[in-house]
Design a protein. Structure first.
Length: 45
């Protein structure tokens, strides 16, 4: 079970950190949240 809680700011920062090296948005929010060790529910909150 995932326990780490992300704030809006930390998710935005992680999203930006993803875009910089890959040059594109994540293809899947599911995979993006898995990489962050959180859930899609937390992302959409």
């Amino acid at each position: 079970m995932k326990t780490e809680v992300f704030t809006k700011g930390s998710i935005i920062e992680a999203y930006s950190d993803y875009i910089l090296p890959y040059g594109e948005r994540p293809k899947s929010i599911y995979q993006f949240t898995e990489d962050l060790n959180t859930t899609e529910q937390e992302f959409y909150k």
